[in-house]
Design a protein around this ligand. Structure first.
Ligand code: SF4
Length: 287
């Protein structure tokens, strides 16, 4: 497969997979292969309104009540299709080199924040069952979260299911100052609350920090912003050095719902990585 085709596949993160409501397959840079996404928020409900979000909330999403059995059927249909033909019967997948569409993970990641859903723990329990049922694949369970609800007991119950085998929490931290946080993530929650929740989580569960850096309205995050961010990551690291697996640095590559949001230069991400490396030994990846 050509690089341009792979980029197209990465960009093709439409949740509307065939007739499924909650489950979709995607070739993921993050997972380095095929990731099965579970979208618990087709209604696009989120506790952030990130300026770089690719979900267009001007068009309301479907409001189907979550049906865990139906979700399981959708998930198993995709796994079984993968078993039969590597998903080559679907869309772009047949064009992608087989080595780049190996099944890697089941990821709770959708059009909103998964942990807002009341059935979150029950879904995680079901995903663990699926992980055990298809143990011939190295399926990792991953939660991609904005961290706003990680302190709730019903969410932590879900995290225990999710991480029973080799699951991980991928927590968003995009800022060092409250001001930049509100500019980029736009939330009724504070950045301090987000940091506290990640600290609480890393004490008990394997965690990666995901940080999206972008230019907003022509403004790059300042050098002071990066320093404040590094300070927060260091505080999280100190809570449990062994459980903080990685810090992932990103910039925007896809369409964003909000105009005036642009990628940062590669050198910017390298500067952040260097500043992190000077403070903590946790690996940093630029994606
Ligand atoms: S947390 Fe995710 S889904 Fe929610 S607004 Fe931000 S990017 Fe979009």
């Amino acid at each position: 497969m050509t690089d341009s085709f792979l980029k197209e596949a990465w960009a093709d993160h439409s949740r509307l997979w065939e007739k499924n409501i909650w489950v979709y397959p995607v070739i993921s840079r993050r997972a380095k292969g095929l990731s099965i996404g579970v979208n618990l928020n087709p209604d696009k409900h989120c506790s952030f309104s990130c300026v770089y979000c690719q979900v267009d909330r001007s068009i309301p999403g479907p409001t189907n009540a979550l049906d865990i059995d139906a979700l399981t059927q959708e998930l198993e249909l995709i796994i079984q299709e993968y078993q039969k033909n590597g998903l080559t019967s679907f869309g772009h997948f047949k064009e992608i080199d087989q080595s780049k569409r190996q099944i890697k993970d089941i990821s709770l990641s959708g059009d909103g924040e998964s942990t807002l859903v009341p059935e979150f723990a029950a879904v995680c329990e079901r995903l663990l069952e699926i992980q055990k049922k298809y143990s011939q694949y190295p399926l990792k369970l991953t939660l991609i979260t904005n961290s706003t609800r990680l302190d709730q007991e019903r969410v932590r119950e879900g995290l225990r299911f999710l991480t029973e085998l080799n699951g991980e929490i991928w927590a968003k931290l995009d800022a060092g100052s409250e001001e930049w946080f509100q500019k980029v993530n736009v939330s009724p929650y504070s950045l301090n609350k987000v940091q506290q929740n990640i600290e609480l989580t890393v004490r008990d569960f394997p965690t990666r920090i995901q940080s999206m850096w972008c230019q907003v309205d022509g403004m790059l995050p300042s050098s002071e912003e990066i320093d404040l961010y590094v300070k927060r990551v260091k505080a999280i690291y100190k809570c449990s050095p062994e459980n903080l697996l990685e810090v992932q640095l990103y910039s925007v590559v896809r369409y964003t719902a909000c105009p005036n949001v642009l990628p940062v230069p590669e050198e910017f991400l390298q500067e952040v990585a260097l500043k992190l490396a000077a403070e903590i030994p946790t690996p940093t990846g630029i994606y």
